[in-house]
Design a binder for this molecule. Structure first.
Ligand code: NAI
Length: 326
């Protein structure tokens, strides 16, 4: 399979490409960025694993980078600095995502699109609109990568309740920014004995975990290494679903129309929202089934109520960026 990383020379792109280079399922790892990809590609190409590595630099080489890709992973664009929200990135990143999605719609219309660039709540709707414009939109193949929220939740929860963080699964639904991130701690074994205060602190840490890294990096960017790990995990899950025909479940931000039945069941709880992060069963064609969210505690139902208007606003912002252009 050909996997293309757009933004491959960046803080996330480089370690993500390194991790992807290790996959036996990838035959061609194509690295695209507006800077430095020849060096990154030369370096990675010396690693003795299966994938052939090619580097592509600048807009003139974008089509070649994307042509025939099976999976496109996009961590291109600017990251946050202290005191910035993910939404503050929209002005710059929306245009970058629009251009990359346009090239993908032309060069690899059937590719699985994995969107990391923030604000994910808006960049995923942008990709959907661009693909619709080109008549190639398949909602089963578009994913907002929220895996870092799940990875963080597993780490933070296991620090409190014990157990192995690597296998502790915490469902995180909603979107990927602050209050739109909704960890469902009530569904995790071992949390029932925690006080409400503890639950709220833990929830807040998961929602704003990204800020811990932004603050610690003091102007030098946001999470890159943990995001590369999370991005690789999600890509490997997609590769497993395609290659092994064995369903894989991940929480990811998808178009709820990608599974009519599961999407309708989710909308009974969320109201009429188009994009939402839910547990998804992945299969060879992408979204196979949107799985039930399960029971929410009263506190989690309150989090959902707070999240929905903000998430809806983010979605409309992304959608209208394309639909109202020209
Ligand atoms: P970075 O600045 O280190 O790297 C971004 C790369 O994108 C750079 O190499 C840059 O040259 C490249 N780029 C810029 N314009 C481009 C274009 N038109 N085409 C191709 N490449 C282009 O940033 P970093 O830290 O790697 O973050 C990238 C994005 O990922 C940011 O938007 C950040 O907010 C987001 N992010 C998402 C997370 C998530 O959980 N989904 C977590 C952490 C970051």
């Amino acid at each position: 399979m050909k996997v293309t990383v757009c933004g491959a020379a960046g803080g996330i792109g480089q370690p993500l490409s390194l991790l992807l280079k290790q996959s036996p399922h990838i035959t061609h790892l194509s690295l695209y960025d507006i800077v430095n990809t020849p060096g990154v590609a030369a370096d990675l190409s010396h690693i003795n694993t299966r994938a052939k590595v090619t580097g592509h630099i600048g807009a003139a080489q974008m089509d070649a980078a994307l042509e025939g890709s099976d999976i496109v992973v996009i961590p291109a664009g600017v990251p946050r600095k202290p005191d910035m929200t993910r939404d503050d990135l929209f002005k710059i990143n929306a245009g970058i995502i629009r251009d990359l999605a346009t090239a993908a719609a032309k060069n690899c219309p059937k590719a699985f699109m994995l969107i990391i660039s923030n604000p994910v709540n808006s960049t995923v709707p942008i990709v959907a609109e661009v693909f619709k414009k080109h008549g190639v939109y398949d909602p089963k193949r578009l994913f907002g990568v929220t895996t870092l929220d799940i990875v963080r939740a597993s780490t933070f929860v296991s620090e409190i309740v014990g157990g192995d963080a690597a296998t502790l699964r915490v469902p995180v639904i909603g979107g990927h920014s602050g209050v739109t991130i909704i960890p469902l701690l009530s569904q995790v074994g071992g949390t029932s004995g925690l006080s409400q205060e503890r639950i709220e602190k833990l929830t807040n840490r998961i929602q704003f975990g990204g800020d811990e890294v932004v603050k610690a990096k003091a102007g030098a960017g946001s999470a890159t290494l943990s995001m590369a790990y999370a991005g690789a995990r999600f890509t490997f899950s997609i590769l497993d679903a395609i290659a092994s025909n064995k369903p894989v479940v991940e929480c990811t931000y998808v178009d709820l129309n990608s599974d009519a039945q599961g999407g309708a069941a989710t909308k009974k709880i969320t109201g009429d929202i188009q994009f939402f992060s839910v547990p998804v069963e992945l299969g060879p064609a992408g979204v196979q089934r949107i799985l039930p969210i399960g029971n929410l505690s009263e506190y989690e139902a309150g989090l959902l109520k707070t999240a929905l208007p903000e998430l809806n606003g983010n979605i409309v912002k992304g959608t209208s960026f394309i639909s109202q252009a020209n």
